[in-house]
Design a protein around this ligand. Structure first.
Ligand SMILES: Cc1cc2nc3c(=O)[nH]c(=O)nc-3n(C[C@H](O)[C@H](O)[C@H](O)COP(=O)(O)OP(=O)(O)OC[C@H]3O[C@@H](n4cnc5c(N)ncnc54)[C@H](O)[C@@H]3O)c2cc1C
Length: 370
């Protein structure tokens, strides 16, 4: 965000998370770590509402760069050039095609290669709005205005997270193991049914989480099937003049909180790769040889898969650990593990360390992001 010059705009809107707290579903605190005490800092953690993020990113571009409301029906590419056909039938020709269209990417489907696999768990996400301000009840969750609370379920599994976005809104998620056909049925349910289902699944969780669900508009609750794709470090995922970024390229479970961060890292890395190839060719962009661009795209993918593959693998492992059903003994052992080893200031944010390329835009102080 700093490299793109939009960090301060977002800082003004979203509050800073100061502490991570791990607790049982009963509310009993197992461990905690202050962000300021974590190694390799300074770190900065904020929950950011997606629409605000997308608008802030697009507002930073010259007017007309982003065209909204265009649904891509199909994509085509070759060593000579690319095009996309919109649902309206309009064809847009382009020199390079970047599929940033998420887990179910149409561009990825045309390029081919291994697809996303269901991970065995699904997640509800919601955003609660407290018009009078988020109530502070230290007896329930201490320092709620600054804490990221991770609540670990008992024998029935499930994991919930809850943290503030600003003074009025908070975000939460609840992940739970569920068979794929059952998850598909849930996905088809109405928003009101989803809200009721979520409320029933979290009856054993802290009141604060239940209250957040109650304060959420039905339209602000989402259900996602969690999937990922095992990757190899150094692999490439594009073809000819087409590449992928974000979840289209490296779908991951959210259990490391890095899917969006990796997508955001892809942007400046790809921009720098294309800028470098254009500068090296020393000709206007339209005349840069396709073979040079293709080479730069494969190098970009190689570099990004080297960064992302271990994160995808770690997120898969974390997801299994967080959503597996356990006996009471298993729950006690898990809690002991959280007390002893989780939330270690030496390693808490190690995976977020990434050095952004210089993009020659005004920047504020760079920090690692989560
Ligand atoms: C429960 C949950 C919790 C998460 N928590 C975190 C977290 O804490 N931190 C984090 O960094 N990440 C988190 N993530 C991951 C994060 O949401 C994704 O990694 C991120 O949204 C990927 O961004 P993307 O732009 O690649 O894809 P998406 O966000 O899926 O965006 C794709 C875009 O492409 C558009 N699109 C799709 N198809 C077409 C088409 N045919 N034509 C035109 N447009 C199209 C879609 O409308 C959408 O706007 C979480 C995910 C989940 C499910």
């Amino acid at each position: 965000m700093d490299v793109l010059g939009i960090a301060d705009t977002l800082r003004e809107r979203f509050c800073r998370i100061e502490r991570y707290v791990a607790m049982r579903e009963t509310g009993q605190i197992l461990n905690n770590v202050r962000v300021a005490d974590c190694a390799d800092g300074p770190h900065e953690v904020r929950g950011c509402v997606r629409n605000d993020l997308v608008r802030t990113l697009s507002d930073a571009l010259p007017q007309g760069t982003v065209r909204l409301g265009c649904s891509v029906a199909s994509a085509d590419f070759s060593p000579e050039g690319c095009s996309v056909t919109l649902d309206s039938g309009e064809v847009i020709a382009c020199k390079v095609l970047v599929g940033a269209d998420g887990v179910y990417s149409k561009v990825k489907a045309v390029i081919g290669g291994p697809t996303t696999e269901y991970s065995g768990w699904s997640t509800y996400r919601g955003m609660a709005t407290f018009k009078e301000g988020i109530p502070n009840r230290p007896q329930d969750i201490p320092n709620f205005a600054q804490d990221f609370c991770l609540m670990n379920g008992g024998t029935q599994a499930g994991v919930a997270g809850l943290y503030p976005l600003d003074t009025q809104r908070c975000y939460y998620f609840f992940g739970f193991p569920v068979e794929q056909n059952e998850a598909t049925k849930l996905k088809k349910a109405s928003n009101a049914e989803k809200k009721t289902d979520l409320a029933q699944r979290i009856v054993a969780f802290p009141k604060r989480l239940q209250e957040a669900v109650a304060y959420t508009a039905e339209d602000d609750i989402f259900l996602n099937h969690i999937g990922d794709r095992v990757m190899e470090q150094g692999e490439t995922w594009g073809r000819d003049l087409a590449t992928l970024v974000g979840d289209a390229a490296h779908p991951t479970t959210p259990a490391l909180g890095q899917g969006g961060c990796m997508a955001l890292e892809d942007g400046p890395e790809l921009a720098a790769a294309l800028r470098d190839v254009a500068q090296a060719a020393a000709v206007p962009w339209a005349q840069v040889p396709a073979a040079d661009i293709e080479k730069a795209l494969r190098e970009f993918e190689h570099q990004r898969s080297t960064r992302c593959a271990p994160l995808v693998a770690q997120a898969r492992q974390n997801g299994r650990r967080l959503t597996v059903k356990r006996s009471w003994l298993g729950v006690l052992i898990r809690d002991w593990f959280i007390r002893m080893y989780a939330m270690n200031p030496a390693t808490q944010f190690k995976h977020t360390i990434w050095t952004p390329p210089s993009l020659d835009v005004p920047a504020s102080t760079p920090v690692a992001a989560s």
